[in-house]
Design a binder for this molecule. Structure first.
Ligand code: SF4
Length: 295
């Protein structure tokens, strides 16, 4: 999958030099439940994605490929043609994903692919991709704040108007009710707004969330004072993570979101026992997975 990269300082070996960074997904995890953060970023316990999450990853991949086509070709029929090859590519990259369908009949897989197609159709109801050229899709961004906190993530799409105004776009394909995900989605968008503001010196004009499950979108305009406050929030989250990381004191914070947590069996709030604390990971903690990016 092709990805653009934008970092604060050019580097010849961006992967080899990775150091601990905060991503929007892991920052949200810590805010929601410090123990969930630990399980994902420190213990790195495997999680089996759901078919709905895989569908989100597939739809993101198709939209990225769609924007790689010449503008007049970005029509629903071409998007449909991209679907099966995109799934073949993803399942070749991650064979464990196709194993989720091992017991399914071909018609069940077809039905799942059709449900992905419905999300793509829903996308075409929200905008016409033959009418504009995004600046970047799946943009890898990374910036070190003045406080030394490193922020890292992937932006679904960045659009730049002829006037230079920036729009940050995120496609939402999750199966969770929209009201549950909305605060998390805005947190993620403000995270990207801070990163792009610090990288380019421009406050993004619009943060746009496109909900493909219900064909609606939400647009939000941040201002500089708000992003400054949000930057301090991110710094405070990172300091709290580092403090917990030293001692291993990541506490559970049960909520209705526990229903989406893979780790109830090892969570004290559900009668479980966490594995022994392995210590703070080096060189990286909190890397986002492709599933996080399509959430
Ligand atoms: S089950 Fe709930 S409280 Fe326990 S780790 Fe998961 S999110 Fe946290």
């Amino acid at each position: 999958m092709s990805q653009s990269t934008e970092v604060s300082e050019p580097t010849a070996e961006p992967v080899a030099r990775r150091r601990p960074a905060l991503s929007p997904s892991r920052a949200s995890d810590f805010k929601q439940c410090p123990l969930l953060y630990r399980f994902r970023a420190v213990d790195r316990l495997p999680e089996i994605p759901t078919k709905a999450q895989l569908r989100g990853t597939l739809v993101h991949s198709v939209l990225e490929k769609l924007f790689a086509l010449p503008m007049p070709d970005r029509v629903p029929a071409r998007a449909k043609e991209l679907l099966e090859p995109a799934w073949a590519e993803l399942s070749a990259e991650r064979p464990e994903w196709s194993e989720l369908f091992a017991d399914d009949k071909p018609e069940q897989v077809d039905k799942w692919l059709e449900s992905a197609l419905k999300l793509i159709d829903s996308y075409f109801g929200l905008e016409d991709p033959t009418r504009f050229e995004p600046e970047a899709c799946e943009l890898h961004v990374e910036i070190e704040l003045g406080s030394g906190v490193l922020l890292r993530g992937y932006v679904d799409r960045v659009d730049v108007a002829p006037t230079g105004e920036l729009r940050v776009v995120d496609y939402k394909t999750g199966a969770a009710p929209r009201e549950i995900g909305e605060a998390k989605a805005l947190f993620q968008m403000k995270f990207y707004a801070v990163v792009l503001w610090r990288l380019r010196g421009i406050v993004p004009r619009q943060l746009k969330l496109m909900y493909l499950t219900d064909g609606q979108s939400l647009a939000y305009t941040p201002d500089e004072a708000e992003l400054l406050r949000f930057e301090r929030t991110l710094e405070a989250i990172w300091q709290a993570i580092l403090k917990a990381g030293k001692t291993g004191d990541f506490r559970p914070n049960p909520s209705k979101l526990c229903g989406w947590c893979d780790h109830q069996a090892r969570c004290p709030s559900f009668g479980g026992t966490p594995p022994e604390y392995p210590g703070w990971p080096e060189p990286d903690a909190g890397e986002e997975t492709p599933i996080d990016r399509a959430d």
